[in-house]
Design a protein around this ligand. Structure first.
Ligand code: PLP
Length: 423
């Protein structure tokens, strides 16, 4: 296994034992901490001492021991120096961008981003004097053209929500670094699959609410980057995480710590099943976007950018052409076949399906949806890891047929390679 392989990176993170030598870290629930020497307290407030440099913990909106364990583990996974956990993915994005920008500044962003991020950039930030130019995700030259003297960062999602179009992180990093700008990547769709830092990203964000947690019962986010940037976010006078206050609760951090070791196993299984679903749908003549399919328009980039051995992710984008057909297919899959659930979000152990244009991307205006290739009939399917894959494929075939998306059904005799995976 390569030294920079994500599974290895996770293993390399210093093992942290709980109190009394527990094999799991302790949950440190105290909101405030005893400072033993009177002269230390002012030094902590001045930012000259912290838990890792001769000081100690102070107050849990600042640093908390359990939350810091998770931050170190996620930074390890992403091959970055430090990590800071937040209460949600949106908190991670908002605090990062507002740490880097102030009134009068400018952001260049990929046009293929989560609807909430799009709304933040196009509706909320302008009220604060921060503007954003959206550029087609695959147009590196377009990113370059939009940079102005007031540009403070380039932002993109590794795998755009929900179209699964990719950005070439290496190219964007070159554009950003030529102008001394940081490249901020939201890697929510691709933990373990892509390690943005290996391609030049400076700051990597995740919504932990999705694959990293994996059970749809926790909201969380993380910002990974250089220690100096994490220190800025926690600065007592200017730190956006410290002062806006969306820090993570230690009990939440503990739960995610317990799920992180099996993230690589889960991602492989999501990928194996998503690949089978995508292949079968494509064979049936349905338009599908999935990075593992040779028909994905950026398949060459997939081969160059993805880590080996983790598959191509758990999300499949299915284009049913019209919203009506998409809704019918979701209803048949949920109510007739028990194939999955009509619900937003992704990375759950069961399959989740939603019609992105009218739900999680509804904040994006219709013209912008069209520009990013988001059809009103697009179903974002987060393929789960439960049940027999063969049964699931048969359920899928029946629902597609019943919805009238195909007119005849030849039930496939499953080739073993379908079920074996993605390699
Ligand atoms: N980034 C991406 C790519 C997302 O899909 C989402 C939510 O769907 C977010 C960020 C926001 O994360 P959260 O819901 O944890 O705030």
């Amino acid at each position: 296994m390569r030294r920079d392989d994500p599974e290895q990176l996770l293993c390399n993170v210093r093992r942290e034992f709980g109190e009394h030598g527990g094999v799991v870290p302790s949950i440190s629930r105290s909101t405030t901490f005893t400072v033993m020497e009177p002269e230390t307290m002012p030094l902590i407030f001045e930012g000259e001492r912290g838990p890792d440099n001769g000081g100690c913990y102070l107050y849990s909106r600042h640093y908390n021991p359990t939350v810091s364990v998770l931050g170190r583990q996620l930074a390890g996974l992403e091959g970055m120096e430090a990590g800071l956990c937040t209460a949600s993915g949106m908190a991670a994005i908002t605090c990062t961008l507002l740490q880097l920008c102030q009134s009068g500044d400018h952001i260049v962003s990929s046009n293929t981003v989560y609807g909430g991020t799009h709304a933040l950039l196009s509706e909320v930030f302008p009220q604060m004097g921060i503007s954003t130019s959206f550029v087609h995700h695959a147009d590196a030259a377009g990113f370059l053209e939009q940079i102005t003297p007031r540009t403070k960062l380039i932002f993109a999602e590794t795998m755009g929500n929900p179209t699964l179009s990719l950005v070439d992180i290496q190219q964007l990093a070159a554009v950003a670094h030529d102008h001394h700008l940081p490249l901020v990547i939201d890697n929510t769709f691709a933990p373990t699959l892509v390690t943005p830092a290996h391609h030049g990203a400076d700051i990597v964000i995740h919504s932990l609410t999705k694959h990293i947690n994996g059970a749809c019962d926790i909201l969380g986010g993380v910002i990974c980057g250089p220690q100096s940037f994490i220190d800025e976010l926690m600065d007592l006078h200017h730190g956006r995480v410290m002062l806006f206050g969306p820090t993570m609760d230690p009990r939440v951090a503990y739960d995610i710590i317990q799920r992180l070791p099996h993230l690589p196993v889960r991602m492989r299984e999501h990928g194996r099943r998503a690949m089978a679903v995508a292949r079968r749908l494509e064979e049936m003549g349905i338009r599908v976007a999935y990075p593992g399919l040779p028909s994905h328009p950026q398949h060459a980039l997939v081969k160059r950018m993805f880590n080996h051995g983790y598959g191509f992710g758990g999300v499949v984008a299915i284009d049913c052409k019209t919203n009506e057909k998409a809704q019918q297919l979701i209803a048949a899959l949920q109510n007739d076949e028990q194939f999955g659930l009509m619900a937003v979000s992704l990375g759950y152990y069961d399959t989740l399906m939603s019609c992105s244009g009218s739900t999680t991307s509804s904040e994006i205006p219709a013209a912008a949806q069209e520009e990013m290739g988001l059809s009103s009939g697009l179903i974002r399917m987060s393929v789960g890891i439960t049940g027999s894959l063969t049964d699931r494929l048969h359920q899928l075939e029946r629902a597609v047929y019943k919805t009238g998306l195909i007119t005849s059904m030849d039930t496939a005799v499953w080739q073993q390679d379908y079920l074996d995976g993605f390699q």
